[in-house]
Design a protein around this ligand. Structure first.
Ligand code: B12
Ligand code: SF4
Length: 453
């Protein structure tokens, strides 16, 4: 069958990101013998017209629409991508040959019923889509009917993403890095987190030889040497993390990379091995640094682990950033101050601070929000709802603004608007690659607003 995979995402903040999920699905369909193209909306000035042209020229029988983001999770003023998805769907529905429309991707997986209702596709596949999508294609080619909502879970993780269908040089030039997935699933139970809902709780790894083969091929195609490991927690399980590093070291590949690391459960020597394997920086999934807030967020570590992990990163020669969630459950002005003090003490290269917690159905925090009378879990939908602790709700924005004034290298996606965009574009056009936050600590606010070098 002629199958068009549409990677819908065209968000460029904080960077355009290679549509890895769409590339996995395209590869699976191609391996199953279908004639596959990938339409990527990311760098299209007018994605709707470009998609219409693609539909006219390729005349697909099936369109797989990959939707990654629901919204930008920015409190107090979140931006939803729903109306853009509606426009894409309308364009697909208007195509002469009336292709079967299948929805998938992380946005769809988090709220399948709501997206089925809003976008009215023929089918939707929640979860990992490789196997479920190819089975659906097989059924459709045989004229069989299939349920509207299908679920893919914990499927084989051996397919290499079809990166040859993606404009990797453009992503490298404008986004500064390619990406790779080495592992799926998370066994931790953070109270707000959607990742176990997306990837399951069981950790599944791809053979390191295969990962690094795919990575090398992608880097060659993109003319790139920087990449981001998208795994939710690279350091867990440690044996896999060590063997990924060992494979990079053994092949002597000249790379520079970044990964998410949990400050808890840091195996001795892992950060050093990562540095030896070309890792330049880590993003700690810290969330908070006051023990009561860490407990309410369901984190598996306490504040001292954050201090310890930060010192280890410094000693290993890695730059590091902390990702924070300020104003979450059990947050008070006292715990906020504690978090800030601990984070300041670690002297990070950058901090990303989200304000409030975007609620997802199926998480313990959503249940708590229902118990507290904030919102019934079944009503949490595409329109984002945030959990903000009552004790800080009034002061949170001002508190964050003050922090932002004090710390030029602390980035608050909910407060920034386009403040950083010009600065980032300039850096990229000057050939800067890798995470831009690695440069944040070196900049003055004036330089960031575009008057700098
Ligand atoms: C890594 C990551 C990042 C990195 C990306 C770095 C990089 N170079 O790639 C960074 C930090 C830059 C980032 C930024 C953002 N991210 Co982010 N990110 C992730 C993360 C952890 C992994 C994404 C990934 O690559 N997964 C691997 C791929 C293979 O998985 P996948 O895309 O889900 O694809 C599978 C299935 O969904 C399905 N599938 C996919 N497409 C299709 C299509 C069809 C037809 C079918 C059938 C199936 C199917 O099959 C695929 C393979 O099994 C996810 C959370 C998660 N665990 O998924 C959040 C996540 C995607 N991010 C999210 C968000 C919100 C953002 C930001 C908007 C946050 C912000 N304000 O800055 C930005 C947007 C950036 C952008 N340009 O779009 C949300 C989206 C949900 C939501 N509320 O909208 C997620 C889900 C996290 C969350 N909060 O729950 N992110
Ligand atoms: S926050 Fe990180 S460690 Fe916690 S459940 Fe989510 S992915 Fe796992």
């Amino acid at each position: 069958m002629r199958v068009l995979i549409v990677a819908a995402n065209n968000e460029h903040k904080p960077d355009p990101v290679v549509p890895l999920g769409a590339a996995f699905i395209a590869a699976a369909a191609r391996d199953a013998g279908h004639d596959v193209r990938l339409f990527d909306a990311c760098f299209q000035n007018d994605p709707i017209t470009a998609l219409r042209d693609e539909l006219r020229s390729f005349r697909p029988q099936v369109v797989g629409l990959s939707i990654r983001n629901i919204d930008d999770v920015c409190w107090p003023q979140a931006h939803s991508y729903l109306s853009y998805y509606r426009d894409l769907v309308r364009t697909i529905r208007e195509a002469d040959q009336r292709p079967v429309l299948v929805l998938g991707g992380s946005a769809f997986t988090l709220m399948p019923d709501q997206f089925l209702r809003e976008l009215q596709p023929d089918h939707g596949i929640a979860g990992e889509g490789e196997l479920a999508f190819t089975q659906l294609l097989h059924g459709l080619s045989q004229g069989e009917s299939a349920p509207r909502l299908l679920r893919g879970r914990g499927e084989n993780f051996t397919t290499q993403p079809a990166l040859d269908l993606v404009d990797l040089p453009e992503y490298y030039q404008r986004g500064g890095a390619l990406n790779v997935q080495t592992r799926r699933g998370c066994g931790f139970s953070c109270s707000y987190c959607s990742y176990p809902l997306l990837e399951g709780r069981q950790s599944r790894v791809m053979a390191v030889k295969d990962i690094v083969d795919g990575l090398e091929a992608g880097l060659r195609l993109g003319g790139a040497r920087h990449f981001f490991v998208v795994d939710n927690t690279f350091n867990h399980p440690p044996a896999h993390a060590f063997s990924f590093c060992d494979e990079l070291i053994a092949r002597r590949i000249d790379v520079s990379w970044t990964a998410y690391v949990s400050p808890g459960a840091l195996a001795p020597g892992l950060l050093e091995r990562m540095a030896e394997a070309g890792c330049s920086s880590v993003e700690f999934g810290t969330d908070a640094a006051a023990n009561p807030t860490l407990r309410a967020l369901g984190k598996s570590f306490q504040a001292h682990a954050i201090i310890d992990a930060s010192s280890q990163a410094r000693a290993a020669g890695l730059k590091f950033a902390h990702s924070l969630i300020l104003g979450g459950p059990d947050e008070t002005l006292y715990t906020l101050r504690q978090t800030v003090e601990v984070i300041e003490q670690t002297n990070p290269d950058a901090v990303f601070a989200m304000l409030g917690v975007r609620l997802y159905p199926g998480t313990p925090l959503a249940q708590r929000a229902e118990r507290e009378g904030l919102i019934a879990e079944r009503e949490i939908g595409i329109d984002p709802v945030f959990y903000v602790s009552e004790a800080v709700e009034q002061d949170l924005e001002n508190y964050a603004e003050a922090l932002r004034e004090r710390h030029p290298n602390w980035y608050f996606p909910g407060l920034e608007g386009d403040r950083w965009v010009r600065f980032w574009r300039r850096r990229r056009s000057h050939g800067v690659r890798g995470p831009l936050w690695e440069w944040m600590s070196d900049q003055t606010p004036t330089q960031r607003q575009g008057a700098g070098p």
